[in-house]
Design a protein around this ligand. Structure first.
Ligand SMILES: Nc1nc2c(ncn2[C@@H]2O[C@H](COP(=O)(O)OP(=O)(O)O)[C@@H](O)[C@H]2O)c(=O)[nH]1
Ligand SMILES: [Mg+2]
Length: 253
C-alpha cells in the first residue's frame, strides 16, 4: 500500500510522513518512508528510500545551468525517468505500508506528468492519496474554498482513492477547529460563512467556485490530524483499512 501525502508547501507532509510512520511502527506494524522531494534539505525522519540518492536539486542546478525554480521543475520531471530504479528500491524492501513524502510545492507533484508515471508504476490500485489542507491557508471561507478547489483539481488527475486532511489541527483553538470541520462536513455552513463575511470583491467568484465544486460532487470532508499530538493518525489508518481491506484489520491488535 502506497500512501502519498500531498499538499501546499508547509502544509505538513514531511512531518506527517514522520509521525504516521512512528505511529504505525509503535503498533508493531511494518512501515517504511520514502522521500520523493529532491529539494528536501533536512528531514526529521530517515527515509528507507530517498530520491536524493538519484537526483537532487543542487546537482540539477549545476548540471543543467538552471536556477532554483527551474531546477525544482526539472527535478520533478527527471524523477519519472529515474523512477524504475526508485521503484525497485521501494519494492525490494517488501513492507506493507509505504509512506511517501512528496515535493514541497504541490504543483511539482500533483500537476506534472511525472506523478502520473509514479502512481501508475507503483499501481494506482495499491495507492491512496491524502491531501493536506493547511489551516493557515484555509482559515477564511474563501481560503477554505480555494483549498477544496486545489484538492479537487489534484483529485481529478488520479484514479487512486483520495482523502482530505485538515493538517496541523493542534494549531487551531477548539472552536476554530470545530468551525473548519463544520465547513468541511456541512457545506451549507461554508456557504453561509462565505456570503456573510467581509470578503468584498471576491465573494461572487468564491460562491461560483463553491457551486461548481458542489455540483461536481467534489466536496469531500476533511478530518483533522496533527503530527504534534498524533490526533487523526488512527483515522488515516482507518481510511487505509477501509480502502484496501474493506474494514478488515490487516495488522496485529
Ligand atoms: N504545530 C504543528 N506544526 C506542524 C505540524 N506539521 C508540520 N508542522 C510544522 O510546519 C512546518 C512545515 O512542515 P513540513 O512537514 O515541513 O511541511 P511540508 O512542506 O508540507 O513538508 C514545519 O515547521 C513543521 O514543524 C503539526 O501537525 N503541528
Ligand atoms: Mg516537505
Amino acid at each position: 500500500m502506497n500512501l502519498f501525502f500531498i499538499g501546499t508547501a508547509g502544509s505538513g507532509k514531511t512531518a506527517l510522513t514522520h509521525a504516521f510512520h512512528d505511529w504505525l511502527t509503535e503498533r508493531g506494524l511494518d512501515a517504511i518512508t520514502v522521500n520523493l522531494d529532491p529539494g528536501a534539505e533536512l528531514l526529521p525522519y530517515t527515509p528507507e528510500v530517498d530520491v536524493r540518492d538519484w537526483l537532487d536539486v543542487k546537482t540539477v542546478m549545476e548540471e543543467y545551468g538552471v536556477g532554483p525554480n527551474g531546477a525544482q521543475i526539472l527535478s520533478a520531471d527527471l524523477i519519472a525517468v529515474r523512477f524504475p530504479e526508485v521503484k525497485e528500491a521501494i519494492t525490494s524492501v517488501k513492507s506493507p505500508y509505504v509512506i511517501i513524502d512528496t515535493p514541497g510545492q504541490i504543483e511539482l507533484f500533483a500537476f506534472r506528468q511525472s506523478s502520473k508515471v509514479i502512481l501508475e508504476s507503483l499501481g494506482e490500485d495499491r495507492s491512496a492519496i491524502f491531501f493536506l489542507m493547511d489551516p493557515v491557508l484555509g482559515g477564511t471561507p474563501s481560503g477554505f474554498v480555494s483549498l477544496l478547489m486545489l484538492s479537487a483539481s489534484a483529485q481529478f488527475r488520479f484514479l487512486a482513492p483520495f482523502s482530505n486532511i485538515l493538517a496541523k489541527s493542534d494549531l487551531l483553538a477548539p472552536e476554530r477547529l470545530e468551525e473548519l470541520l463544520e465547513w468541511g462536513s456541512d457545506y451549507s455552513r461554508l456557504y453561509e460563512s462565505l456570503v456573510s463575511g467581509e470578503e468584498g470583491m471576491h465573494r461572487e467568484a468564491d460562491v461560483e467556485l463553491f457551486r461548481a465544486l458542489e455540483n461536481m460532487g467534489l466536496l469531500s470532508s476533511p478530518f483533522p490530524a496533527s503530527s504534534k499530538t498524533y490526533e487523526g493518525m488512527e483515522d488515516i489508518y482507518n481510511v487505509v483499512q477501509q480502502t484496501f481491506f474493506a474494514g478488515e484489520d490487516a495488522g496485529p491488535d
